[in-house]
Design a protein around this ligand. Structure first.
Ligand code: NI
Length: 257
């Protein structure tokens, strides 16, 4: 069994076909998927999916790129995280690639999410882009290691992976690891210790090779897993076994069905 540790099934292109998407997930041997919230306005839809489908769980949080919606404080995040199917806080983090001008607001939001994760006793889902130094710095200052979590859709260097793992974080690889030009990233995927490795789709974005250009979905996490298994020189079943065990160890409130 495989797990997709990060997807966005509430996005319209997947939500409008949810029964077909979950059926293909089962056919592909993907037994669980974590639906990750990106803003407060759509969070009820994420939570509803997790309530409706045993094989889905949810997170609560506001993505660093999101603007103009509700800005949740620590207490609000902690309250929503008390739902039995909300297993994580995020996605949160810093994105200086898309919004360098909003660094200050992103930093404040990131700190609130880390504090909420510590208080709620739930792991963090961290997004970082062109901001690894500040991301790691804030994680250290806010004692993110108390909550633990995952560096999702990892595209950074080995040094960044190592620093995050020193704080107890896991490293999750998406379809980017299958891209032709991702040579350095494949080397990181080869080196990450087996007990810290996760795989994800980040669907509907980033469909892996050989499905690029299509709407991504949790079933396609098999292609990510196959590539990571290949670079590590192990079989797909071994890779599936270890990433699935890692997922349920990290997201301890998620239940396998
Ligand atoms: Ni995402």
């Amino acid at each position: 069994m495989l797990v997709d540790s990060h997807c966005h099934l509430d996005f319209p292109e997947l939500h409008s076909n949810i029964d077909a998407v979950t059926a293909r997930m089962a056919d592909a041997g993907v037994g669980h998927a974590l639906c990750v919230a990106v803003n407060m306005e759509d969070f009820p839809r994420v939570r509803d999916l997790a309530e409706r489908f045993d094989q889905l769980s949810a997170s609560v949080g506001v993505h660093p790129d999101h603007e103009g919606g509700e800005e949740p404080d620590v207490a609000r995040l902690v309250a929503l995280a008390a739902h039995p199917k909300v297993v994580a806080i995020g996605e949160t983090g810093l994105d200086y690639y898309r919004h360098p001008e909003r660094a200050e607001a992103q930093l404040a939001r990131f700190r609130a999410h880390i504090r909420a994760a510590r208080e709620a006793g739930k792991p963090l889902i961290v997004h970082t882009r062109s901001a690894s130094e500040d991301t790691l710095g804030v994680m250290r200052e806010e004692n993110a290691q108390v909550a633990g979590g995952v560096m999702h859709c990892f595209t950074e260097t080995w040094e960044v992976a190592e620093a995050a793992m020193e704080m107890g974080f896991y490293i999750s690889f998406s379809g980017i690891v299958t891209f032709r030009n991702a040579t350095e990233l494949r080397e990181v995927a080869r080196r990450v210790p087996a007990e810290r490795l996760l795989v994800e789709t980040d669907s509907p974005y980033l469909a892996p090779v050989p499905l690029r250009g299509r709407t991504n979905e949790p079933a396609f996490v098999r292609h990510v897993a196959e590539e990571v298994a290949r670079v590590r020189g192990i079989g797909i079943e071994a890779l599936a076994g270890l990433t699935t065990a890692n997922f349920f160890r990290l997201f301890r409130d998620a239940r396998a069905v």
